[in-house]
Design a protein around this ligand. Structure first.
Ligand code: MN
Length: 332
């Protein structure tokens, strides 16, 4: 068992193997807001670890959103961590801000046990438990790192786990198109296909579960018609009003409008601003690597080209002005 005093070390294969070998019950955790990569990685890890004879539980603070429920097993992700476990494995999150609600509600229990963090975000600090991190920021998805770990540690990836890891890679790499998509990403996906992932049937299920109702299609049309353009049409901003922001768990703004906003000629930064009245959540996608820089300026985080942040007690106009100024300060 690890020394539970606060410490952080970089996990090579041997230390990860030792950590898992010496633990019988494992808790696989995701960021407070699961995404396609975190959910696919967590579900695959559950299968891999179960095949190794481990007792594995899944947890995330929020339920996986509806559009991700094409991944079988999403309903095994509990919103309450178990009382007893030997090791927590946090996938696809390494900044405490991504698991703030988890730490606020369950932190005192969770951090009594050692943590293993497997991620491709910039490494965070302040993890209170004994923490081993295995972070590769060049990876397009956490699932890509897991394929490498499985190969190094001789873990078996069954066809069901292969499907989930493939879905996770395709999700974070936006179908193998993001700047971090590399030879290693494509090779990992090819390996998953060899192990039984079926990309065509995955895509069929994803489309079926992500399909819009006629009402949502009408709502989407309204949002698209209300996009604001700033900075010489280089920024597109879509505002989701408080009524819709509150029920927006049913409609993921990224698939609803954010992707389409990039189809406007010359757009370099697309933002969805979810207005909750006194708070906003701002979701950013950028062509050039400015999204994370802007998000961090406002206390958020994420990837170079996809990031988010929140504001509190600020008018919508002010939030938009600050966003436009932050973008203009970063780009010539
Ligand atoms: Mn990810």
């Amino acid at each position: 068992m690890l020394d539970p005093r606060p410490q952080t070390s970089t996990g090579d294969l041997l230390s990860i193997a030792e950590l898992i070998d010496s633990s019988q019950s494992l808790l696989v955790m995701q960021a407070d807001m699961p995404d396609g990569d975190s959910l696919g990685s967590a579900l695959a890890l559950e299968e891999i670890l179960s095949d190794l004879g481990k007792d594995t539980a899944l947890y995330s603070y929020n339920q996986p959103p509806e559009h991700l429920r094409y991944l079988e097993g999403w309903d095994r992700v509990a919103q309450q961590p178990p009382k007893q476990f030997d090791l927590a494995i946090l996938v696809d999150a390494s900044g405490t801000e991504m698991i703030q609600a988890t730490l606020d509600h369950f932190g005192s229990e969770l951090t009594k046990k050692p943590w293993l963090i497997i991620d491709h975000h910039p490494p965070g600090t302040d993890f209170p438990a004994a923490t081993v991190t295995h972070i590769d920021q060049t990876a397009a998805a956490t699932a890509q790192i897991l394929v490498g770990l499985a190969s190094g540690l001789k873990w078996t990836i069954n066809s069901s786990a292969a499907n989930k890891l493939a879905a996770a890679i395709l999700s974070d790499s936006l179908g193998l198109t993001t700047p971090h998509t590399s030879h290693a990403t494509v090779t990992a996906l090819a390996e998953l296909v060899r192990l039984g992932a079926n990309l065509s049937s995955l895509n069929d299920r994803r489309r079926e579960f992500g399909a819009l109702t006629p009402e949502l299609m009408t709502y989407k049309a309204r949002l698209l018609s209300q996009i604001q353009y700033h900075s010489g049409n280089r920024i597109a901003i879509s505002v989701i009003d408080p009524d819709n922001a509150k029920q927006s768990k049913q409609h993921n703004p990224t698939s609803l409008v954010l992707t389409d906003m990039f189809w406007v000629r010359g757009i370099e930064l697309a933002a969805v601003v979810k207005d909750y009245g006194t708070k906003t959540k701002v979701i950013l996608r950028s062509h050039h690597p400015v999204a994370a820089k802007i998000a961090r300026k406002f206390g958020g985080g994420g990837h170079d080209n996809a990031a988010s942040y929140r504001t509190d007690n600020q008018s919508l106009d002010q939030t938009i002005r600050n966003l436009v100024e932050a973008y203009e300060a970063l780009s010539p």
